[in-house]
Design a protein. Structure first.
Length: 414
């Protein structure tokens, strides 16, 4: 039930001691402000670092053949490891931990790609439909390769934004034919590299075609340069990398421990490292923020103790007239929670406002390591709960002390 007299008394005390109330509230305000600001900055740094992975899935890995450095089973070192379609089918069958698997082959040699009188030098590769799950693309028109394209060895191509610009300009692309090494390919899709990471130029100048088509058309039967893959949910990417490399090594008679024979790059491994780093940073930020808030709570608690001491005689009179301990506790707690909540809310609002200002100032800026600072809804809710609990804790001890005042001794107090 709303008690007007209680609130009038609280506001009266705050007006009477304006400076003391302001300085007390500032401790909580600053603690919440710094917590929100640091968390937002930490998220901006995290977004910036992970954006360097580009459009790759966060747990994608790439496997390619290298050169052996150790003899094994009578075979001399220096052999080049070349993969085949059989390796792809064996991985699909024997390594169930793989969610998506792509086998890819680059089109070798010097060649140009042309459309009518326009031509340019671009990279081309044969791939499978799962590639679009491993390094997702944003399609401006059409689609990516599907399984029917692969099965029927269709002469179709998906081209990057730079290829589109050079060959077609502003013309519609899908349904037109481009010529690659004298062979015509139907363009079925165009893609845009929105978040290129470290290889945006290469991707925008890339042409994808079905693996089976490249192998048959350009005399590369059964040839696979490498694999791209993603693990199933819950599968450790580092363990899967070791499993795949070991599996392929056994198929190609590679000596155990020969690290040069099969190469790999694992974004899941890198993601794991950065995730651990940012978890540590966030833990540190929360620690600093909580300690700052605790300092503010101690300040409020001390002020409430002073208020209780100043009002000892008044509280004694209240109890002598029949005021219950709960009503005394309620008065002190309400004032403490009110000051803490208002100061904390202002700190939260100021922190969110500062982050929004930083984000708006950074729009359009080319900054790889710091992007889109923000504080999510769950953090704001958690900060609000911390405020309420902080206010209650700050006023609890002074409230209990006030409730235990002896009326007779209080009336004798000066």
């Amino acid at each position: 039930m709303f008690d007007l007299d209680k609130w009038q008394e609280i506001f009266g005390m705050m007006r009477k001691h304006k400076l003391r109330t302001l300085l007390t509230a500032f401790g909580v305000f600053w603690g919440i402000f710094m917590l929100v600001l640091l968390l937002g900055a930490g998220r901006g740094l995290e977004n910036g670092v992970f954006s360097m992975f580009g459009n790759l899935a966060k747990n994608a890995m790439w496997i390619w053949g290298g050169r052996t450095t150790s003899p094994h089973k009578g075979l001399k070192p220096g052999r080049y490891i070349s993969f085949t379609n059989d390796d792809y089918y064996a991985l699909k069958k024997e390594v169930p931990e793989i969610q998506y698997l792509n086998a890819g082959t680059n089109l070798q040699g010097s060649f140009s790609v042309s459309y009518k009188t326009n031509n340019g030098a671009f990279r081309a590769s044969g791939d499978l439909p799962d590639l679009n799950n491993i390094r997702p693309m944003t399609f401006t028109s059409g689609r990516f390769i599907n399984q029917k394209d692969v099965d029927e060895k269709r002469k179709v191509a998906v081209i990057g934004s730079r290829v589109t610009e050079v060959l077609f300009g502003k013309e519609k692309v899908v349904g037109k034919y481009i010529k690659i090494k004298g062979v015509y390919f139907l363009v079925i899709g165009t893609f845009l590299v929105e978040n290129p990471g470290g290889s945006g130029r290469d991707d925008s100048e890339k042409i994808f075609m079905p693996l089976s088509t490249l192998q048959q058309t350009f005399n590369a039967p059964n040839k696979v340069h490498g694999f791209g893959l993603c693990p199933k949910d819950g599968v450790d990417p580092e363990e899967l990398e070791l499993r795949v490399k070991s599996f392929l090594a056994s198929r190609h008679d590679v000596a155990p421990g020969d690290k040069s024979a099969i190469g790999a790059w694992n974004s899941g491994k890198e993601t794991k490292k950065f995730t651990g780093l940012f978890n540590g940073i966030n833990t540190f930020i929360w620690g600093v923020g909580i300690m700052t808030i605790i300092a503010g709570i101690v300040g409020i608690s001390n002020i409430m103790l002073i208020i209780v001491k100043e009002r000892t005689k008044e509280i004694g009179i209240r109890k002598a007239l029949g005021a219950t301990p709960i009503s005394i506790v309620s008065l002190i707690l309400t004032e403490s929670i009110f000051i803490t909540s208002i100061a904390g809310y202002l700190g939260l609002s100021a922190g969110v406002g500062a982050i929004s200002l930083i984000r708006s100032m950074m729009e359009g800026a080319e900054n790889t390591y710091f992007k889109n600072p923000q504080v999510d809804f769950n953090t704001a809710v958690l900060a609000t709960l911390i405020l309420i609990i902080s206010g209650a804790l700050a006023g609890l001890f002074p409230a209990v002390k006030a409730a235990n005042i002896n009326p007779i001794e209080a009336l004798r107090a000066e």
